[in-house]
Every structure is written in structure tokens, then in C-alpha cells.
Design a protein around this ligand. Sequence first.
Ligand code: HEC
Ligand code: HEC
Length: 156
Amino acid sequence: MTRLSIISAATLLFVGVFLLAQQKQSPQATSAALDKMIAANRSQKELAQYVFDNHGCKSCHTVGENGKLGFTEKGKQLTNGFEGCIRMLTAMNVIAQVPSNQRSADQKTKAQRFDEFGCTLCHQIVPGKMGLSVLGSKLSNLHLGCVDVEKQLASK
Ligand code: HEC
Ligand code: HEC
């Protein structure tokens, strides 16, 4: 191994450990917490903040202004080679149609990161459509999807 590849392997390991340490909470816990907040008449913005804080968003994003989310320093590093949420989901819709043993190395990495970044907790990749998990469907009904969270948090 060259020195460089040792360093990049170490970096990957570090990023992996960092992401694991950030492990998002269970769908049930989020679902229950949101129900409580709704019963207590908490605002849509508070609900969005809850999702943002507990589902990995804050490891990459800062609560932006002017209608957009910003990026954390760690986020900027983590996003190295990650093209952002919208392109990631678009790419996954294509990758989902390729059987896993026929995927290219790049496609495998993308699918793995989609999982590591916590996206699969809410998104289920079903070829040709936007699949959602139980929690994902609930959040969709509550208008707390990724774009809604951005809108809520980035508006004053
Ligand atoms: C691994 C880092 C990472 C994580 C985790 C992440 N994002 Fe992103 N997100 C990005 C990057 C990078 C972009 C791309 C920005 C671009 O293309 O200019 C992006 C783009 C977005 C956009 C589109 C922004 C725009 O206005 O064009 C939204 C909305 C968004 N993220 C919401 C979320 C939400 C909500 C979560 C948590 C459920 C989340 N993101 C988790 C890295 C991340
Ligand atoms: C806590 C649940 C949750 C997590 C975690 C999550 N999402 Fe989402 N996301 C949603 C929901 C709900 C929607 C809205 C879907 C709908 O209503 O059709 C959405 C919408 C989106 C959209 C907009 C799609 C569109 O066409 O409007 C993108 C892009 C997206 N998510 C990407 C990601 C990526 C990439 C990740 C991982 C970094 C991620 N999401 C993590 C719940 C989540």
C-alpha cells in the first residue's frame, strides 16, 4: 500500500466511525416523539427541527437562511464525492434497477452511502417510483419531507 492509500483508508474509516457514532434514532422513537409534539401543538418549524436534529441532516447541513440549507465543515468533507441529496436520490432510482451483483463499483459505493447517511430509514428505493418506509410515509403526510424541512428551517 502506498502512503496515500493508507491515509485515504484511514480517512474512510474515520468517516465511517463518525457516521456510526451519529447513528440516527429508530423510526418508532421519531414517530412517537412527533406525535407528542403534535398533541402539544408544537409548530411545523419545531417538527422540522426535530427531524433535522435526529436524522443525520445536521451532520452535513446548517440551518440556512434565504431559503437554503448551508453546510457544516464536517459536511463539506463528508460531501466529498457525494453529490448532494437530490442527485443522490435520482442516482439511486437508476441504481435500484440494476441487480446488486451487476452494479459498478461507483454504483455500489453510492448505494452504500445512501444507507450509511441514513436515507434508507425513510426512503425505500423501488424502481421507477419514490418508495417510502413507514416513517417516510408518515413524514410525507405531515409535510416533513427533505425539501419541506429545508423550507421550514431556512425561512425566517
Ligand atoms: C452526507 C451529507 C448530507 C446529509 C446527511 C444530508 N444532506 Fe442534504 N445535501 C447535501 C449536499 C452535498 C447537497 C447538495 C447541494 C448542492 O447540490 O448544491 C444537499 C442538498 C439538499 C437539499 C437541496 C438543497 C437545494 O436547495 O438545492 C435539501 C432539501 C436537503 N439537502 C435536505 C436534507 C435533509 C432534510 C437531510 C436529513 C434528512 C439531509 N439533507 C441530509 C448533503 C447532505
Ligand atoms: C427522516 C426521514 C428522511 C430521511 C432520513 C431522509 N429523507 Fe429524503 N425525504 C423524506 C420524505 C418524507 C420526503 C418527501 C417524499 C414525498 O412526499 O414524496 C423526502 C424527499 C426527498 C427528496 C425530494 C424528492 C422529490 O422529488 O421531491 C430528496 C431529493 C431526498 N428526500 C433525498 C434524501 C437523501 C439523499 C437522504 C439521505 C441523506 C434523505 N433524503 C433522508 C424523508 C427523509
